[in-house]
Design a binder for this molecule. Structure first.
Ligand code: ADP
Length: 310
């Protein structure tokens, strides 16, 4: 039986113009290149999970526009089940308008559009997807009440709840106590716990504060260092795989998608974090937050090359 992962989250389309210099106020600059890419933390994590072989249901919204149709087609091409991605008749598809200059500096404006309309009712309509699901994967680019409802639905149906608390914000205890595995980076950990994070001791202090709220385990992602697992059983650092990074955007999404798949497959938390480190390491060797996400076979080949059992 295939493991089932449900992802509830955002869908964006990124429109990027590559320019020599960023435009000043009132200025028009002529770009050198233009690129459309599909993103949103929710969509990226759903694609990550689907490429790794899980039956992946995605609950999200797009607008009734060209970007929404493109985003849906892209999800399907990647093997994501889009039965519960709603086409919103009023809001536009979430977009990010991005300028990148010759030095790699950027300017970004985001219009979340349909992402802000993903509702608790959408979760209820997708109840069927939660039945038989092994893991639910959440981020924070949709309304908090929807995140809360999804976590409750997962608990009612017996699925593990993995919350990637990005972008960083404070969260209510009522949500945190439903979380089985929380996956902040250091910035998000600081924001959630209220503990300034400057050293490894601070990380442990901050995670302990969160564990006291009822979360079973916190997995702090540490970039090129790897990840630290902190649970009531103790703490353990799982080092990253050494690779030559090309593009680290989307490393966190790769990590979370992989973690959800591994936990859904019944791996221990430590083995799941090892698998997630591996998937994220492969991602950083390739360009594109979403295009660079590896398929299962690439992960198996990488594991074989490095002599690691996954
Ligand atoms: P975010 O992108 O959300 O800030 P991190 O930067 O902590 O998250 O990266 C997420 C995960 O990606 C890390 O835990 C690690 O497994 C992997 N990773 C990130 N950067 C590198 C790197 N340079 N080399 C190998 N793995 C990396």
């Amino acid at each position: 039986m295939k493991s089932r992962v449900v992802v509830v989250g955002s869908t964006h389309v990124d429109l990027t113009v590559y320019v020599r210099e960023l435009p000043r106020r009132g200025e028009t600059v002529i770009g050198r290149e233009f690129k459309v890419s599909y993103g949103g933390k929710g969509a990226n994590q759903a694609v990550a999970a689907a490429r790794l072989g899980a039956e992946t249901f995605f609950i999200s919204r797009v607008g009734n526009d060209q970007f929404g149709r493109g985003a849906l087609e892209n999800l399907r091409k990647n093997g994501v089940r889009t039965d519960f991605v709603r086409v919103d008749e009023e809001a536009h598809t979430g977009v990010a308008l991005i300028f990148v200059d010759a030095r790699g500096e950027n300017m970004i404006a985001v219009a979340p559009g349909a992402d802000e309309k993903v509702s608790p009712g959408d979760v209820e309509s997708a109840r069927e997807a939660f039945r038989g699901a092994h893991a639910l994967l959440l981020q924070l680019e949709i309304p908090l009440e929807t995140v809360q409802r999804a976590a409750e639905a997962a608990k009612e149906e017996g699925a593990r709840v993995i919350l990637n608390p990005a972008p960083a914000r404070k969260l209510p205890e009522s949500l945190l106590k439903l979380v089985d595995v929380l996956t902040p980076n250091e910035v998000e950990l600081e924001m959630l716990s209220g503990v300034p994070v400057k050293s490894d001791e601070d990380i442990v202090k901050a995670t302990e504060k969160l564990l006291n709220l009822g979360i079973s385990a916190v997995v702090v992602t540490l970039g090129a260092r790897g990840a630290l697992i902190v649970s009531r059983d103790g703490k353990e650092e799982v080092p990253a795989f050494k690779v030559k990074p090309v593009d680290t955007t989307g490393a966190g999404d790769a990590f979370n998608g992989a973690l959800a798949v591994a936990l859904a497959e019944g791996k221990s938390l430590k083995d799941a974090v090892l698998f997630a480190n591996m998937v994220a390491a492969i991602k950083v060797t390739k360009p594109g937050a979403q295009e660079g996400l590896p398929w299962r076979r690439e992960v198996e080949e990488f594991a074989k090359e490095r002599g690691v059992r996954i």
